[in-house]
Design a protein around this ligand. Sequence first.
Ligand code: SF4
Length: 578
Amino acid sequence: MAAYSYPPLGRNPSSARESTTPGSFANPPDVGGPRAFSSPDTAGMPPPSSKTAWDFMPAGWRRDEATGFAVAPDGFEPVTQLEHARLGHVTAEMARVAEREPHLSPAQVRDEVAAGRMVIPANRVHLGYRLDPMAIGRASLTKVNANMGASPISSGTDEEVEKLRWAERWGGDTVMDLSTGGDIDACREAILQASTVPIGTVPIYSMIIGKRIEDLDGEAILAGIEHQAKQGVDYMTVHAGVLQEHLPFVEKRLIGIVSRGGSLLAKWMIEHGKQNPMYTLWGEICQILRRYDVTFSIGDGLRPGGLADATDAAQLAELEALGELTEAAWQHGVQVMVEGPGHVPFDQVEYNMKLQRRLCHGAPFYVLGPLVTDIFPGYDHITSCIGATAAAYHGASMLCYVTPKEHLGLPKKDDVKQGCVAYKIAAHAADVALGIPGARDRDDALTKARAALNWDKHFELSFDPDLARAYHDEDLDVDTDFCAMCGHDWCSVRISKEITQFVSGKDQDYAWDLPRVSKALSPEQQAILEQRGVLASEEIHRLAGKTKRAMGATAGEKADCHSDYVEPETARKLQDRA
Ligand code: SF4
């Protein structure tokens, strides 16, 4: 060990500071600075921008040297969280964010919002319903978005509201309603009334229902955005960064433009021979969003749709435009986050995150995946959550989930659960790695329960207790000092618990008396097992008997493999027989 030394350490993500691990290998925390919680930069990565939202204040504003806060023109009435933060106000929403994320103080939340590194998507109309304010930014925990929405051929309002509740149940921090069919307006209204989490939309979808994209004009764009803002939508994706001059870069792509909004606007530009109307109307759109405190989620219309198109000229040219749009939105007092790819090889994820941090001056990055391979349709919640973990470690603030139905169809309820769970894993793994204070506390509590072989507590602390209990009881419906994985003789956790020198499993107020038959499985837990392709118990016994015979077991005797020590020659014979 003397020959090795640890890299510079960040913060230990455990509040209790007990354990044998040295702590996080991420950078030390820099809340209030451009890095907040960040990974060390691999050689060649772009450094953070030297600018923040403070460098892009509205005309007539100045920053008071003494207080550090802004001074607005006489008679100015702040509306957005950004404007309040610039003026030094701690709003009720900022206080609530700090309450939900105790590693931050209300003043730190305010300062991050003022710098543009954090957003609180909370439309003033939605705050009048059931919205519980939350924050997205590098100083806060990584957030997960769940997409839903009716399509022209599947689903309706009731089903979408049910999916919203399901997404909230499984940890979705925000939900995007991407409906393109059915009664879109009623569906959005129902979701806004029912949700406790911020709701995002892509307003262009509803603008072109029943009409050709070519017929879209400025008046319809502004009216559509205002209508949704008035309904209470908290953040909106506007694909204003896809510009006419970017389109030639797309010609040689393997899969062109895969963003719905990006492809529609590209068609509009080619048809009219004019610049993207979302770009030319940016100032007017900003004014609408400011009135309701709708947060921008500036869309990446040119995100890559396959590994072969990742980090190409089209994507990077658009990202530069997204940086300029961020600056302009801040000058209007509007909160901004920026959307990102898509499909990116694992080795390019860090560069993508750090380039956005530089070009968009630390505005929160909200990424879809990214998928790190293209050949697993049906498993894209897994391929993408691998990329999402890297993205969250290297710079993303919110991860848009991908479900197993990605590229294949409209997600159903169970797909929503699978996507949410995969992305909660990605977000949580990154938060622990980044050394966010307290991020590992629940992991440590579960580890202690596991070490004590306290099954009830083990399952209670797990993210999906029903699944964990059902899987345990599938093989052994007795809570005892081992499980069916290794059996009694081989249970290292039980053996560790018995070793008197170890603390393992002993600091829980929990001791074995007698094995307890676990409570009968609940209907939900039984349903979990019924959905699995399990073997019938007769079949399990038949296979077990076959194995025993193969291993030389006789009645009342241990099988050859069931021993603490096996001679090399016996081991070789056993392997030959297997
Ligand atoms: S039997 Fe194996 S898997 Fe089960 S608790 Fe013991 S060590 Fe863990």
